[in-house]
Write a protein that binds this ligand. Sequence first.
Ligand code: G1P
Length: 274
Amino acid sequence: MIKKCLFPAAGYGTRFLPATKVIPKEMLPIVDKPLIQYGVEEAMEAGLNEMAIVTGRGKRALEDHFDINYELESQLRGTSKETLLAGISKIIEKCSFSYTRQTQMKGLGHAVLTGETLIGHEYPFAVILADDLCVCDSQGVLAQMVAVQEKYGCTVVAVEEVPQHDIHKYGVIAGEEIEPGVYRVSTMVEKPAAEVAPSNLAVIGRYIITPDIFDILRDVKPGAGGEIQLTDALMEQAKQGNVIAYKFRGRRFDCGSVGGFVAATNYFYHMGNR
Ligand code: G1P
């Protein structure tokens, strides 16, 4: 019963300044769709329809995007341009959106804990970091993870192999491979130096987490970068054998970096045969 998806979206997007001075980075478009909408569509495809967004100051455009716009809709009604709003209209019709604000930037773990009020303790929930844009020909990454979560009943994180020189940017796991591409996690480290990293399997921004994480997060001390790290809380679950890492099928673009953003733009541009 995974119904809710949490989107931490309070960050400043400093790597894209000045574009993100007024516009939330999650609203930057890949071709003609804002980054966050790709994430919401992936969650919907996985059968989730309650979107919970952790925002911050200056992020109101996110709320307006997932709401109807009477003036625009009435202007376009009956014209050939009406279809341009079909995708977002369907999302608004099928999903609920709730928001809470993170008032201080204290890290991803803190952002997830801020979302507790929207998520509750009833069921496991998904987390999507919209910066990581994932594509797959067959089944979306989150949908793949829902199947893994249903099988193992615990927390699931998505991982991919990254080159040595990128390891220090990620949460990195080690564990026993229990079926091809599926690991029972024994260790998780946030942003290790390449020389001490437990493997080259990096966590990317897709998680399905059991709600006991919130109590763990309340006690987590600041870790890498002085921030409350989600990785450190997940490590507590892993100590109980309750974290699975899943090497997903598909491709991820790191849209938090300019290079990844441009690569995603090119990919979707060519997909659309423009
Ligand atoms: C966050 C997580 C990290 C993960 C990464 C995936 O880091 O803390 O464990 O590997 O997302 O994109 P950030 O990119 O916010 O520094």
